[in-house]
Design a protein around this ligand. Structure first.
Ligand code: GLP
Length: 248
């Protein structure tokens, strides 16, 4: 079991959060498991109850844990949290939840950019882009359908990648050397159509969440325009908001 370092510059509640996350990642705690109370955590890790509470509250707000009145704090079932402030990919989001991400490539081809894609990627309509449709799963359960259009010099090389076994963001960053820095993302509520529902293994007409994301490299060049559909009941988008200090 990890320890909390008293002399570390990292705040104790933050260290505790990482320890708790690791206990999920390692599989020690499974979705639905009751986790130790504030008092137990403060005794185990020799910290104050306030510190334990702060770590638990943060993880509840991030959707990792949930509280039940009078029963305690539990590891969230199914709900996958996507951070709205940090730029992360699907593989990272699912792994952070201690689940096993996987991918089924539905199609991968070079295709001329349509008008919207061209605007988002700041290229001429008709420019060939790498177009990728993927079904994304967590612990073998379908969670999202992602449709990504990518454009960069030599993007046709992506045709040769095995994108069932590798994270797209990892390939772009580690193999092609484009650090991903920022993204703009829109969210919209909707209902699953017949085709989508079949792929996601949910009844047609179920609530889904549509996202549209433009991802930028460190040179502020758009590299990906992606449209995704997430099962509404299985996904939480988490944003940490801070009020401007108007009177500071
Ligand atoms: C998210 C985004 C997609 C992006 C994907 C990358 O889910 N909505 O735009 O393509 O992550 O995920 P991975 O690196 O696992 O392929």
């Amino acid at each position: 079991m990890s320890t909390i370092y008293r002399k570390s510059p990292v705040p104790r509640y933050h260290q505790l959060k990482e320890i708790l996350r690791e206990r999920i990642r390692s599989g020690e705690w499974q979705p639905g498991d009751l986790i130790p109370s504030e008092r137990e955590l403060s005794e185990t890790y020799h910290i104050s109850r306030m510190t334990a509470r702060q770590a638990l509250t943060d993880l509840v707000n991030e959707g990792i844990f949930y509280r039940e009145q009078g029963r305690g704090t539990f590891v969230t079932r199914h709900k996958i949290t996507q951070q709205l402030m940090r730029l992360t990919g699907f593989t990272e989001d699912i792994s952070a939840r201690g689940q096993q991400p996987s991918t089924k490539v539905l199609s991968a081809e070079m295709r001329p950019a349509d008008d919207l894609t061209a605007t988002r990627l700041r290229i001429e309509p008709g420019t060939p882009v790498f177009s990728l449709q993927r079904l994304r799963l967590a612990d073998a359960e379908p969670l999202a359908i992602e449709s990504s259009q990518l454009h960069f010099k030599g993007c046709e090389r992506l045709l040769q990648e095995n994108l069932e076994e590798q994270s797209l963001y990892h390939v772009i960053e580690a193999k092609y050397g484009f650090p991903l820095m920022e993204a703009e993302q829109e969210l919209e509520a909707g209902l699953a159509g017949e085709e989508e529902a079949k792929l996601l293994a949910i009844p047609a007409g179920s609530a889904v969440l549509f996202t549209r994301r433009t991802t930028y490299t460190e040179r502020n060049e758009p590299i990906e325009y992606a449209k995704s559909i997430y099962c509404g009941a299985k996904y939480t988008f988490y944003a940490h908001l801070r009020r401007d200090q108007l009177f500071a």
